[in-house]
Design a protein around this ligand. Sequence first.
Ligand code: GRF
Length: 204
Amino acid sequence: LRTAVLISGRGSNMEALLAAAAPGDYPAEIVLVAANRPDAAGLATAQAAGIATDFVDHKPFGRDREAFERALDERLTTHDIELVCLAGFMRILTPWFVKRWLGRLINIHPSLLPLFPGTHTHERALAAGVRLHGCTSHFVEPEVDAGPIIAQAAVPVLPGDTPDVLAARVLVQEHLIYPRALALVASGAVRWREGGAVFAPGAD
Ligand code: GRF
């Protein structure tokens, strides 16, 4: 499936997706990396990898999130995109955009959802004293960081961990599960259903 990756920053998850999708037998073809800011570092990385890049700066749209999204959606349509991966995309999406892409829009989040939706997940995990933390890939729904779970990985929280140390441990797992989650969705082994994803027998 023709896939776009949306980023806002360094794009290390985007790189992991590109690496996974490079061999011919991967079910998703990443044809576009787009950002909501022209200076997103990941755009240069994607360009260097020979992938088409684009950006729609959200700033001129002010508070009109939907107008920004309509502009973004136009780019996705231009590239015949069928599946969208959010990878560190730091804009909250309106129900309009989410409903338009429902079942074809996935995200990677740095916590074991439904724990710690939102930002500063590593700080909050440390403050809560959990001994396990991790990451989740899920279908995007209008509620932030909610939606049927596709893949998760857990890491231990170790004595002396700082948010940065813990984030780095989680990030390694993000780079492993996100390409797997995209493959599951692109191959049809997992699909969106209200209240929980449906897995084909044997899907892992
Ligand atoms: C990742 O931890 C992702 O889970 C979160 O933001 C971070 C983005 O990192 N939503 P990168 O841009 O993929 O390197």
